[in-house]
Structure formats: C-alpha cells, structure tokens
Design a binder for this molecule. Structure first.
Ligand SMILES: Nc1ncnc2c1ncn2[C@@H]1O[C@H](COP(=O)(O)OP(=O)(O)OP(=O)(O)O)[C@@H](O)[C@H]1O
Length: 305
C-alpha cells in the first residue's frame, strides 16, 4: 500500500476514558514494517480498547492515531487492516462458506473472488472441509479458527488478533501459531494473549500495558550493546552452581530468575558460551531442562534485574 508514512502504526498521546475509568492514559508508540507485535498486560489493562481504536470501532478522546498514515476507519484501510475481536461470533444460521464469502464481498471482492478467498483461508486454518457446515454445528475451537480465517480474507497488511489461541487445544493452538509465523513475512500481526511463551515464540516487539499506561515498548531481540542473555533451566539450582557459571569467561552477571532457572548476562564476544555452559552441565553432572538463547519474556516483564 502506498503511503507517505514510514510507520505501519503511529499512536500519539492517546487517552480513552469510559466515564471515570481511564482505559488508555497518554499512550504513544510507533511500529514499523516487518514486525510481529505482542500486546501484553493484565486483565483490564486496556488492550481491547487499544485494538478497538486501531480498528476505528472506538475513537480516542485525545491524541492521534494513524494506520499507514490514515485515520482508523478510513476507506483506504478497507481490506488492509483486519481484526479478530476477543469475543468474535459467527452467525449460527448460515454456513461458514456463505458468511466468509459475504464478508469478502463486503470488502469489495467480486462474488467469484470472495468464493476463491473463502476456500483459500479455510485451507489455511485446515477447515477446508467445513465450507457447508453451519457455525452452530462446529466446536468452539473450530469456530475460533473460522474467525481467524475471516480475519485473513483479502490478504490484509495488518491483522490484530485478540486472544487468537484462547480456548484452542494444544494441537490447534500450535497450528495457528505456525500459520501466524508463516504469514508474518507479509503481514504485520499484533497479538494480544496471556500466554507469554506463545508471544515470545512469535513476536519480536512487545508493548506492555498496565492500568492504561504503556509501561514498556521494546524490541524483543538480541541488542547490539555487546551484551546478550542465555536462560538456563535446570533440574535444581544452587548458589554453588551460580558461582561456577559466574566464573566462566565472558559471563558478566548470573541471576536466579525462577526456582529452577538462571539468567546469564554475557559479553557477545564469547559466542560459544552456550557450548561452554552445556559442557559445564555435563562435567558437573547437572541435569539441564532447557537452554534458551535470550531472556524469557516473563523474566523481562516481571522480574527485576
Ligand atoms: N464499554 C466500556 N464501558 C465502560 N468501561 C469499559 C468499557 N470497555 C472497557 N472498559 C474498561 O476499560 C478498562 C480497559 O478494558 P479493556 O477491555 O481494554 O482491557 P483488556 O486489557 O482488554 O482486558 P482483558 O485482558 O480482561 O481482556 C477496564 O477497566 C474496563 O472495565
């Protein structure tokens, strides 16, 4: 889509109140192309309100919002931005195919193109065989996948997914995560979820909202500051182990972040520290559960350094 704005989304000083309740309090951020964004925060933090404003369903009281340089709800964003609301519902009376095709036509597709798009997106969520099923005949998880398919109709450039995998069984949740990962080269996804491990697998940028305020906006990737992190989960941890790890060459700091976990900050010159760590585990007879390249999202957001 041609736009003069370098940003996919620009949110500037946005406040939204519901009576005396401040759902968003002077929220500002920009997102550029090519990122998958996690929107994180406790219940009532303002995530859905932010999604609704980005979609143009709600208007901010103050501040400005631009999506590809346009005001949310602008015609130019038709088919460019789509969203899966947390409580998205299908009409139980009509077949899946009819509803998705109708939705495609509402987006301006011809009946033929909308029918083709419907078949394509149903295949993406592995429900190509449910074209003629009525929504009332499907399980909750299947309905959720159909709603995700609906959000992908017309090949949008931005897709906002509010709790996309909530209520899905592990296999279907994994399939949706794989789908998002495979589409994220072409689509900017913004995902709200309470599943931090899901978000850290999928997202490279994190927006953390708390009581309507954006308290953290960070790129969740290795930085260029010369410092990197490894997260080592062990069967059991002791102070003596922490001392031994701290003495390895290149290690700057070791912190016990969980009862069974160390976060190791190290100098990026020592690229093979992961191998050294595994060798240490082997020589000392320590049973490790997992070695993660980087810090976990949970640790970044909820444990102090
Ligand atoms: N239509 C509304 N009328 C009144 N208050 C509202 C309305 N919508 C949201 N709120 C309030 O605004 C605040 C933010 O709500 P919001 O739904 O955006 O939070 P959330 O982060 O999406 O929460 P959850 O994780 O529980 O879905 C909450 O205190 C909520 O009670």
């Amino acid at each position: 889509m041609s736009t003069s704005s370098p940003f996919v989304i620009e949110v500037n000083d946005v406040t939204k109140r519901f009576a005396s309740k401040c759902a968003l309090d002077k929220v500002s951020f920009t997102l550029d192309h090519g990122h998958t964004v996690a929107l994180v925060g406790p219940n009532g933090a303002g995530k859905t309100t932010l999604f609704s404003i980005l979609c143009g369903f709600l208007q901010a009281d103050t501040g400005s919002v631009r999506v590809f340089g346009h005001t949310p709800g602008h015609n130019a964003l038709f088919g460019v931005l789509s969203a899966l609301p947390q409580d998205a519902q299908l009409d139980p009376r009509f077949s899946v195919g009819k509803q998705l095709t109708f939705y495609g036509q509402l987006q301006g597709l011809s009946r033929r193109d909308a029918t083709r798009e419907t078949a394509r997106v149903l295949e993406l969520v592995d429900l190509g065989n449910q074209l003629n099923a009525k929504a009332s005949e499907l399980s909750h998880g299947m309905r959720k996948r159909i709603c995700i398919a609906q959000a992908l109709i017309g090949q949008p450039k931005i897709v906002l997914l509010d709790e996309a995998t909530a209520g899905l069984d592990p296999i279907n949740a994994k399939a949706i995560r794989s789908l998002i990962a495979s589409l994220s080269k072409d689509i900017t996804f913004m995902l709200s979820s309470h599943d931090l491990s899901e978000l850290e697998r999928l997202c490279d940028t994190v927006l953390y909202l708390e009581h309507g305020k954006l308290t953290s906006h960070q790129r969740y990737t290795q930085n260029n500051s010369g410092t990197a992190f490894l997260t080592l989960q062990l069967q059991q941890v002791t102070d003596q182990m922490r001392e031994q790890i701290a003495h390895l060459t290149g290690v700057k700091h070791v912190r016990q972040s969980q009862p069974d976990e160390f976060v190791i900050e190290y100098d990026t010159c020592h690229k093979a520290l992961d191998i050294t760590l595994l060798e240490l585990c082997h020589h000392q007879g320590w049973t490790y559960k997992q070695l993660i390249n980087g810090n976990t999202l949970e640790n970044e957001l909820f444990t102090s350094p």
